[in-house]
Design a protein around this ligand. Structure first.
Ligand code: BDR
Ligand code: CA
Length: 314
């Protein structure tokens, strides 16, 4: 049974990734940690708690983490995900509260206590993970696997011409993780994969609504603002779901249809901030990451519809 530690800057696609994991009876979520990114930290924590409650996930501890990137000021994605990160649909406050433990301490604790047991799924800027890594350089080896939603390996970006949001938001953190990574242990799922294989078209949205469950309605409503942005600003025929794709890769690695190993460095330079260009020449440094390039679109959507068809709470 996959046992997860999920690090998230919960906005609307993170929320769907949380639902995907929480509604899967074959998955355990040992903890959720939150980080500033899509929204300021208190909202990320609020949204994570709301999502877990909607999935009826039981007592999953939520640990609040870093409120800003390591060196950069916080730049949120509220123009895409809404002021509250969840499409501004007026969600009521969650009943639960975060634990008193800092996310970085929780990550270090869990990884030390349960070596080789947990899969870390990182869905936001890598600030918490990098801060933990600086305190324990062997951190990544303590996980069964690490899957991050990050990067734009073809250099088509969403926050700049060439950079993806999570890499751009805290490039120093991303580079700290990249430097400590090995391709057998750490997988990066770029933004491009969701644009190719996880576009929720109007027909998919219809299917989603037709499921008739409280969680399907919730997933649909919180992503309406993103859908509007994706179609009007980026010209996509629907909206894409980057974090749920990364979650699907963690839960069902067999959905990956194309991947490569490459050496990736994250650019810290002003003009190319957050760029994650793989060096595929094989003549310089050894690969440090496994990069997912494509997933099985039908398999991904079936997993999503299955999970969201399972119910949850309104
Ligand atoms: C990533 O940035 C955020 O907008 C999403 O939640 C996802 O983690 C995509 O670039
Ligand atoms: Ca995210």
């Amino acid at each position: 049974m996959p046992d997860l530690l999920i690090d998230t800057d919960t906005g609307s696609d993170d929320a769907v990734a949380l639902l995907l994991a929480a509604l899967d009876p074959s998955v355990r979520i040992s903890a959720v940690t939150t980080v500033a990114g899509n929204v300021p930290l208190p909202l990320a924590t609020r949204n994570a708690l709301i999502s877990l409650e909607r999935a009826d996930a039981g007592a999953v501890p939520v640990h609040e983490g870093c409120g800003r990137p390591i060196l950069r000021p916080l730049h949120t994605g509220q123009e895409v995900h809404g002021e509250d990160g969840m499409g501004d649909i007026g969600l009521p406050d969650p009943a639960a509260a975060p634990s008193g433990q800092h996310a970085v301490d929780a990550i270090l604790d869990l990884a030390r206590r349960r070596p080789g047991e947990l899969t870390l799924v990182a869905l936001g800027p890598l600030t918490n993970i990098a801060a933990a890594l600086l305190r324990d350089r062997s951190l990544l080896t303590r996980f069964r696997h690490v899957v991050c939603m990050i990067g734009a390996p073809d250099m088509v970006g969403n926050i700049s011409a060439t950079a993806e949001f999570n890499a751009w938001a805290d490039p120093e953190a991303a580079q700290i993780v990249a430097e400590a990574a090995t391709p057998d242990r750490v997988t990066w799922v770029g933004w491009d994969v969701s644009r190719k294989d996880a576009v929720i078209t109007p027909a998919d949205q219809e299917r989603l609504r037709g499921l008739g469950t409280p969680v399907a309605a919730f997933a649909h409503e919180i992503n309406r603002k993103v859908a509007e942005w994706a179609t009007t600003v980026t010209g996509l025929a629907g909206y894409d779901l980057p974090d749920p794709v990364a979650m699907a890769v963690a839960l069902r690695p067999e959905l990956v249809t194309d991947s490569e190993e490459a050496h990736v460095q994250v650019s810290l330079a002003p003009g190319t901030r957050g760029q994650t260009s793989p060096d595929r020449r094989g003549v310089a440094d050894a690969p440090n990451l496994a990069l997912v390039r494509r997933v099985d679109e039908d398999g991904f959507k079936a997993l999503l519809m299955d999970a969201l068809g399972r119910g949850g709470r309104s």
